[in-house]
Design a protein around this ligand. Structure first.
Ligand code: ZN
Length: 262
């Protein structure tokens, strides 16, 4: 660590940004392949349109998209804007958390959770699923971090959050489905809250639920007004919850402060 911290500040920030963009590039693979049941490691990156392998020089995060003006090298098909967007968002997230916390042990935890949440946002928005491959390992990883690192939430708070917040979400989902015969809240959302609780603890995850509900409500209103979504259109709740989780990483006291001002 001391070798790292002796580097000039500006160099560190650039290294962190590049690291974030690289992780973002991997998240693009996760976001595309996980919901399609494809392997994350094989084959190497291919153009979704023509299937030709993407050479390493055309696979540099953010830079290649700009240099190629968003087109495939081989077939000139348009590359989704999602690719540079995810890379830039992850790079900014990593940099901002680094600037906020410095090289603290919580930085690695926040980076890991933030990266998982970015993947959840894009996968749930497109496919209306939150892969178990993210949330189920996320629960024990979150608990292990709470156990291991000398920063909040601590293992007791994390376990309480997991049982209480996870339990509330499960009860809401199960009783809505029993009452109406329809799925309102998916089990994917329940597992996402369980993962958030394991990483953040009880009080924090309740705050994330409140903020996430408002974000979800806002998103539903926008979709109803401008996209003609009806009462029973499935609107994914995962992106709003995950965004609220990311907001919490930046500003853990967001909700208490907001409530204090009312
Ligand atoms: Zn192509």
């Amino acid at each position: 660590m001391s070798v790292v911290t002796e580097l000039p500040w500006g160099v560190l920030v650039v290294i962190v940004f590049v690291l974030g963009a690289t992780i973002g590039s991997f998240l693009n693979v996760v976001i595309y392949r996980l919901p399609r049941g494809e392997s994350l490691v094989h084959p190497a990156s291919r153009c979704p349109a023509c299937g030709s392998a993407i050479p390493a020089w055309a696979n540099i995060p953010i830079v290649s998209y700009l240099a190629l003006r968003g087109k495939c090298v081989a077939c000139k098909a348009k590359i989704s804007l999602r690719y540079p967007l995810v890379e830039a968002a992850t790079a900014l997230l990593f940099t901002a958390l680094f600037l906020g916390w410095g090289f603290e042990s919580r930085l690695l935890v926040d980076w890991a959770l933030g990266a998982a949440l970015i993947a959840v946002i894009f996968i749930d928005a497109e496919h209306q699923i939150i892969p178990n491959a993210i949330t189920l390992p996320g629960i024990p990883i979150g608990l292990a971090c709470a156990w291991w690192f000398p920063v909040p939430p601590g293992i007791a708070d994390a376990l309480l959050g997991l049982v209480i917040a996870g339990g509330i979400m499960w009860a809401v989902a199960a009783s809505y489905e029993w009452w109406t015969g329809r799925v309102g809240l998916g089990m994917g959302d329940v597992k996402l809250v369980a993962m958030l609780a394991s990483f953040l603890g009880l009080q924090a995850v309740l705050g994330v639920l409140v903020v996430g509900s408002f974000l979800g409500l806002g998103q539903a209103l926008v979709l109803m007004l401008f996209r003609g979504a009806g009462r029973f259109t499935r609107i994914p709740f995962g992106p709003a919850l995950a965004a609220a989780g990311i907001l919490h990483l930046f500003d853990p006291d967001f909700l208490p402060r907001l409530l204090g001002q009312l």
